[in-house]
Ligand binder design. Structure first.
Ligand SMILES: [Zn+2]
Length: 233
């Protein structure tokens, strides 16, 4: 193992992550406001339909928030060196998803002015929404600086074994691949960035070698190493 590098998100990636996080927090705040409104105004037999509509809206907001939050974490991951922060940053979507519904669920189940039927319907829908928001908000394979660092070094080595210059690859803004050749069919005519494999990770979060470029490079490389590169993990 030579030329080990350490991942550090680019200022551009950090800026984008910050934007995503801001919108995520806004979505969560709206979800919380929706929950407060539902608790105060919609727990009654007459407003059951409105309550269900509110639960759906809150769920959409909670999932929007956690999806953006996870996207931000991919661009600007936390370090495993700080376990508490690492856990909270990666699982905040799950925490917020549960918090967006738990008080509502409790208020429905303990309400004395609604019928058993209303309680059953509203209570189970709200509880289901809470579970859905919790599960979609959780990150079961959270990104980390350490994981990215390991992955970049592995990809650098694999690229070198294919005779790809790991300091000179290409990528477009969209997509999560980098390319060994700037005339690759997938990036033809697109605005390209170029730099090292490490640069592509720091700008985009996850970045992997394009399969077409891998095959092209593989023609001049050892087959065993090709397999390793084309099917990582
Ligand atoms: Zn390619």
């Amino acid at each position: 193992m030579s030329d080990q590098v350490v991942f550090e998100a680019s200022p551009e990636a950090k800026g984008k992550a910050k934007q995503f996080r801001l919108i995520a927090v806004l979505a969560w705040l709206l979800a919380m406001a929706g929950q407060v409104y539902a608790i105060l105004k919609l727990i009654s037999d007459d407003t059951l339909v409105m309550l269900i509509v509110a639960i759906v809206v809150i769920l959409i907001l909670a999932i929007t928030g956690s999806t953006l939050w996870k996207k931000a974490n991919k661009l600007d991951p936390a370090s495993e060196a700080e376990p508490t922060r690492f856990f909270i940053q990666n699982q905040l979507g799950a925490i917020m998803g549960v918090l967006a519904f738990l008080p509502l669920v409790l208020m429905i189940l303990t309400n004395k002015n609604i019928s058993g039927k209303t309680k059953g319907i509203a209570g189970s829908i709200a509880a289901l929404a809470m579970v859905a928001a919790g599960i979609t908000g959780a990150d079961f394979d959270p990104p980390s600086i350490e994981k990215y660092t390991e992955e970049i070094n592995a990809q650098n080595e694999a690229a070198r074994s294919l005779n790809i210059n790991s300091d000179n690859v290409y990528w477009s803004k969209a997509g999560n691949k980098y390319h060994a050749y700037d005339d690759c069919q997938y990036i033809k005519g697109k605005a390209l960035s170029s730099g090292s494999i490490k640069d592509s990770w720091e700008e985009k979060g996850i970045s992997e070698l394009c399969k077409v470029c891998a095959k092209k490079a593989a023609k001049s490389a050892v087959p065993a190493e090709v397999k390793e590169l084309v099917a990582p993990e």
